[in-house]
Design a protein around this ligand. Structure first.
Ligand SMILES: C[S@@+](CC[C@H](N)C(=O)[O-])C[C@H]1O[C@@H](n2cnc3c(N)ncnc32)[C@H](O)[C@@H]1O
Length: 320
């Protein structure tokens, strides 16, 4: 690929999805876009770039943007954020929203659904604490393809072996041949919508919790800063932002501050941050993890040795 074509793709992807493609990532272009070249019988990558440059083939543009996204996800990924959601975030909201009994959550890079469904299963397990509450989980992603899979709630043996405690598999999934399908009650707890984080959030409404994990890492600093500033406006003043293990607000924005003792959880500056001492002390009185939830061990957050030996059945872009 010529330097001019590579630099065209860099700026096309940055504008369309925020992806900050480093100069040493030529191999990603080759592995992700060559299948499109073959499928569309374009001959080579130069012809694909030529077609993109015309700006007239919207379907091709979308397929290229989606192909360049990394959709890796798994149930209860990294474990700790989900423990914190169950043990600190939900109990704090159960107190602060006791009069309205409403909980709104946004999973801003929902991918194939494992993250919003992990939250849905936790909420289901906490139905004692959240009795007669209405909870809404909105899962959004740029890619329509991954959201189709998320809506179906159908996962391979490999996917359910990654992070999902076996008690939860038995309780919430039904085996369908070689696949496992989440039961309709959990699926119905999540609404999915195609949405680009570069677009305006004005129609999204206000949320109590935003999970925005493992997507900001693909953006450059100005884009991260812009997304975080706009998220701050969608989050309740006493709400919670949860980022991925390799992500932080530090050095990017003063709209959020890290929450004491909860790595990866951020509070909006002002009211939320001022309430830190109480929040840190919050632990649901009398709330003990249910037996299914207690199966969430750190080992469960990683592929089992058996799973690690299984050849991935998913396309390469579903892996990191
Ligand atoms: C690595 S996955 C993270 C999935 C999940 N949050 C997790 O941590 O397991 C990143 C997701 O971000 C989505 N994405 C990338 N750029 C985006 C954008 N500009 N707007 C919305 N979603 C985007 C990708 O399609 C992909 O599904």
């Amino acid at each position: 690929m010529t330097p001019a074509d590579f630099s065209f793709l860099q700026s096309f992807l940055k504008t369309r999805s925020g992806l900050d493609l480093a100069a040493d990532k030529q191999y990603l272009i080759d592995s992700r876009l060559n299948p499109i070249v073959r499928k569309r019988q374009l001959g080579d990558l130069a012809n694909l770039v030529r077609a993109l440059r015309t700006g007239t083939d919207k379907a091709l543009e979308n397929v290229v943007v989606e192909a360049m996204t990394t959709n890796e996800s798994f149930f209860f990924r990294d474990k700790t954020p989900f423990d914190q959601f169950r043990d600190t975030i939900v109990p704090a909201i159960a107190k602060s929203r006791a009069s309205t009994r409403k909980l709104r959550i946004w999973c801003a890079a929902a991918s194939t659904g494992q993250e919003p469904y992990s939250l849905a299963m936790i909420i289901k397990e906490m139905s004692g604490t959240l009795a007669n509450w209405s909870s809404e989980i909105i899962g959004t992603d740029l890619s329509t393809e991954v959201l189709e899979k998320a809506r179906a709630g159908l996962y391979s043996q490999f996917e359910v072996q990654r992070g999902l405690p076996v008690q939860m598999l038995v309780k919430y999934f039904e085996q369908q041949g070689e696949m496992w399908q989440l039961n309709p009650a959990i699926r119905a707890m999540v609404q999915y919508k195609t949405f680009n984080l570069l677009d305006s959030f004005s129609g999204m409404g206000q949320f109590d919790v935003i999970f925005c994990r493992n997507v900001l890492i693909y953006f450059d600093a100005p884009t991260k800063r812009d997304v975080l500033a706009r998220m701050a406006r969608q989050l309740a003043p006493d709400g919670f932002l949860v980022l991925g293990a390799a992500e932080t607000v530090v050095g990017l924005t003063t709209d959020f501050v890290p929450m004491n003792g909860c790595r990866g959880v951020y509070l909006p500056t002002g009211k939320g941050a001022a309430a830190q001492p109480q929040l840190k002390a919050v632990n649901a009185p009398g709330l003990t993890p249910s037996s299914a939830m207690s199966g969430l061990s750190s080992a469960a957050a990683k592929p089992t040795p058996a799973a690690s030996n299984v050849l991935p059945l998913t396309p390469s872009r579903f892996r990191t």
